[in-house]
Design a protein around this ligand. Structure first.
Ligand SMILES: Cc1cc2nc3c(=O)[nH]c(=O)nc-3n(C[C@H](O)[C@H](O)[C@H](O)COP(=O)(O)OP(=O)(O)OC[C@H]3O[C@@H](n4cnc5c(N)ncnc54)[C@H](O)[C@@H]3O)c2cc1C
Length: 414
């Protein structure tokens, strides 16, 4: 069996490694000329870390990132609303990883090149056409270097080509641009002194005036860490900026003044923002779930299949689960069972991810913050005056259940 993957992002590269591990021949085509460590921080949930562990990457990732130990929600006055342990600290068999997105992508790329060979990822080759027959798919790519066209043929084409997926657009003509929720998001990284436990992720405020921060490296000799941060503001009055672009630089004047008063004893938010090397802006977008992912011998994976709001650390985590689910199904079915494998993959992953897209539109467990603001806009004396007994736990648990983050009875299962 030969599989072609369009897109060398986290989803596409994980799929390449998982397929190769199961003895399946893979070729990746990536449209950019050179894969570089772009982006800022990203968070990978324990069940997805188990996949990366099984691909032999856990130690390397922990060297480059940080095992997240705690999640805390605060209102915009800096009062603690909810706290829970995370990852290995919460009893999962694998950690929850906070890491620079580009570093994670480079670890995956290095592993693909080492295991599959340097030619397994062909950069500068963007998918621009395909035609699926009953048993194979013909693929056409634009070769940036020569300005010419590259042709390939495979048993299966996986479109892992991100939120602006060509594959998805070709299969769903007329779908149009991603849907904008009305918020603008600024993401940056700052080297700053550790805050709280040094392994804590915080979310403060509420939609649409929110701040998220978490460290993505271990402390250096001076106790400083690279801290990833995200600021969210309502941007409806200003209107949707041009098509979202992860490399578009933001401007302090657009958002820093709105966080000026957020100097808490546990974190000085304006100082963190002001210390950034660089930060990027993009609108908060997703897409409606599709009625199907697979058309003949073409299917979708990751953001191409289910772009979702960046809530609950699910974007890359779910792409990784897509990759291993598809690889397992194809390996189980063998050359004769490809269509059944695709049907199985879609029957498992499409409803699961559609439910997360919907839950993330309601802010997932971060809904706790919106409720706190709604019920106690001026703050509270005791959180017990704001939430009924067990209410916070129940919101947090039901979102975990939905995304597949139930704690196994035996942590070694993860
Ligand atoms: C440059 C960049 C920076 C990001 N930064 C962050 C971040 O800081 N924090 C965060 O949480 N998430 C970030 N993300 C998104 C996050 O990586 C994804 O949501 C998640 O990992 C899902 O991965 P994916 O592989 O499905 O999609 P992506 O990571 O988007 O990867 C898709 C890949 O497909 C390639 N591609 C696109 N069109 C074609 C085509 N026609 N043919 C071949 N290849 C094509 C793209 O160049 C890209 O490499 C970023 C994505 C990108 C592309």
């Amino acid at each position: 069996m030969r599989v072609v993957i369009a897109g060398g992002g986290i989803g596409g590269l994980t799929a390449a490694l998982a397929l190769h591990q199961r003895g399946i021949d893979v070729q990746v085509y990536e449209s950019v000329r050179r894969l570089e460590p772009l982006g800022v921080g990203i968070n990978i949930l324990p069940f997805s870390m188990a996949v990366l562990r099984d691909l032999g990457l856990l130690d390397r990732l922990l060297e480059l990132g940080l095992s997240n130990g705690e999640l805390r929600f605060y209102n915009r006055h800096g009062q603690l609303v909810w706290a829970e342990t995370r990852g290995a600290d919460a009893g999962y068999g694998t950690p929850q990883l906070s890491i620079h997105r580009g570093r994670l992508q480079m670890v995956l790329l290095d592993a693909v090149v080492e295991r599959l060979g340097a030619d397994a990822v062909r950069t500068g080759c963007g998918l621009q056409g395909f035609e699926s027959g009953d048993r194979s798919v013909r693929i056409e790519l634009a070769d940036r270097a020569s300005g010419g066209t590259v042709h390939d043929e495979a048993d299966l084409l996986i479109g892992a080509d991100g939120i602006h997926s060509f594959t998805r657009a070709r299969l769903n003509p007329g779908e149009g641009d991603p849907l904008w929720e009305g918020s603008l998001v600024w993401r940056g990284t700052t080297v700053a002194p550790s805050f709280l436990s040094g392994r804590t992720m915080i979310m403060a405020g509420h939609i649409p005036h929110k701040f998220i921060a978490y460290p993505i490296t271990a402390p250096d000799a001076e106790g400083r860490q690279l801290i990833n941060w995200i600021a969210v503001l309502d941007w409806r009055a200003q209107g949707l900026p041009a098509r979202e672009d992860w490399t578009r630089q933001g401007r302090y004047k657009d958002f820093l003044p709105r966080f000026e008063g957020w100097r808490f004893e546990w974190l000085d938010v304006p100082a963190l923002i002001a210390g950034a090397d660089a930060f990027y802006e993009f609108p908060l977008v997703d897409r409606d779930p599709l009625p199907r992912w697979t058309h003949g011998r073409v299917t979708l994976l990751g953001d191409a299949a289910h772009p979702m709001y960046p809530v609950g650390s699910n974007g890359a985590s779910q792409a990784i689960i897509d990759a291993v689910t598809l690889a397992d199904a194809l390996a189980d079915g063998g050359d004769t069972g490809i269509d059944a494998a695709l049907a199985h993959y879609e029957s498992v992953r499409r409803p699961a991810t559609a439910a997360i897209v919907a839950a993330n539109r309601q802010q997932g467990a971060e809904r706790i913050l919106d409720l706190a603001e709604e019920r106690a806009p001026d703050g509270f004396t005791s959180i017990d005056d704001v939430f009924a007994p067990g209410e916070l736990q129940s919101i947090a648990d039901s979102y975990k259940q939905l995304i597949g983050l139930q704690k196994p009875a035996d942590p070694r299962e993860l």
